[in-house]
Design a protein around this ligand. Structure first.
Ligand code: GRG
Length: 295
């Protein structure tokens, strides 16, 4: 089965399980908050991060409850980040995953709280895992000030909104923003999958390295889609990066240069897989899929 079909099948199964898992945790929350969380988390996402958790774990063993919990956790953090990223104070977007963003469908305060709720839920899912300590530490580091949240601040600073941006040449700044804002969570997904399947430290590190390459590929592809993609397929606005003066790979390298770098990055990701056990063909295909995706 090719990667796109496997991801589609995984996403459908994940949707059902995630819906039930969210229902259980939100049962005693105010209904409006539950609805906003469902709006943010269900329907429309590609589910690449939970798929990575699942596929990395599958190299070693068949997925168990800890792998499922880690997959829920990483998608919760990702969905929270999208809700907050779309807020007027950040990217101010009205459409996400083909639907109105949470602050449009509800209101800003509810969107902020739904994001907060998803972030805390992530750690609740991890709390019942056997390796709760390492899993929580990896996810917290990847999501926090030295990871996604820090990367988001640097990204906004690079638009010239406020001070506190990175010093250095453009290439270094763009690479650092990418590795924090997008790469850290993708790397964490791979490492968390490895941990839930009992992989050795060396195997976890190798999958983390694979994750950091595909995280870079993911961002370059995202920049290309913003420059050239189809808003209807993507379910969100395009052309916003150049308009906002964002620091992007396309802005730095041009479309052709970004495509070349994307191809090299996919090859680097594939290069790491040789040292791993099990059938790595799906991870190799996934690197290619991430680079050529149209949504
Ligand atoms: C607000 C703390 C905070 C962080 C925001 C998510 C994010 C960090 C910024 C979004 C801007 C952006 C387009 C980043 C590029 C990478 C990215 C996260 C794209 C969206 O992920 P997909 O394509 O989305 O996996 P789906 O909807 O498929 O889950």
């Amino acid at each position: 089965m090719d990667c796109a079909s496997r991801l589609t099948g995984f996403a459908a199964e994940f949707e059902t399980a995630f819906e039930a898992a969210l229902h259980e945790k939100m049962e005693n929350a105010p209904p409006r908050l539950g609805e906003a969380v469902r709006h943010a988390a269900l329907a429309g996402g590609k589910r690449i991060r939970p798929f990575l958790v699942h596929e990395c774990a599958s190299l070693f063993t068949s997925a168990g409850q800890d792998t499922r919990s880690a997959a829920f956790a990483i998608e919760c953090v990702h969905c929270y980040s999208l809700v907050h990223d779309d807020l007027p104070a950040m990217d101010d977007d009205a459409m996400r995953r083909g639907k109105p963003t949470v602050h449009i469908a509800f209101d800003e305060a509810t969107a902020i709280l739904a994001g907060d709720c998803l972030l805390t839920l992530a750690f609740e899912y991890l709390s019942s895992c056997r390796d709760t300590g390492p899993l929580s530490a990896i996810l917290a580091r990847a999501s926090g000030g030295a990871g996604m949240v820090g990367g988001q601040l640097l990204d906004l600073a690079a638009e010239g909104r406020f001070g506190g941006g990175e010093a250095g040449d453009t290439a270094t700044v763009i690479r650092r923003i990418q590795s924090m804002k997008t790469g850290a969570l993708i790397t964490a997904a791979c490492e968390m999958g490895a941990i839930t399947a009992g992989a050795s430290d060396g195997q976890r590190r190798a999958l983390g390295e694979y994750g950091s390459h595909i995280g870079l590929a993911f961002q370059i592809a995202d920049d290309l889609l913003d420059a050239e993609g189809d808003a209807a397929k993507l379910g969100k606005a395009v052309g916003k990066d150049a308009h906002a003066g964002k620091a992007t790979f396309v802005g730095m390298l041009g479309v052709e240069g970004a495509r070349k770098r994307l191809g090299e990055t996919v090859e680097s990701a594939r290069g790491v897989l040789g040292g791993l056990p099990g059938n790595t063909a799906m991870l190799s295909d996934l690197a290619g899929y991430i680079a050529t995706r149209d949504r």
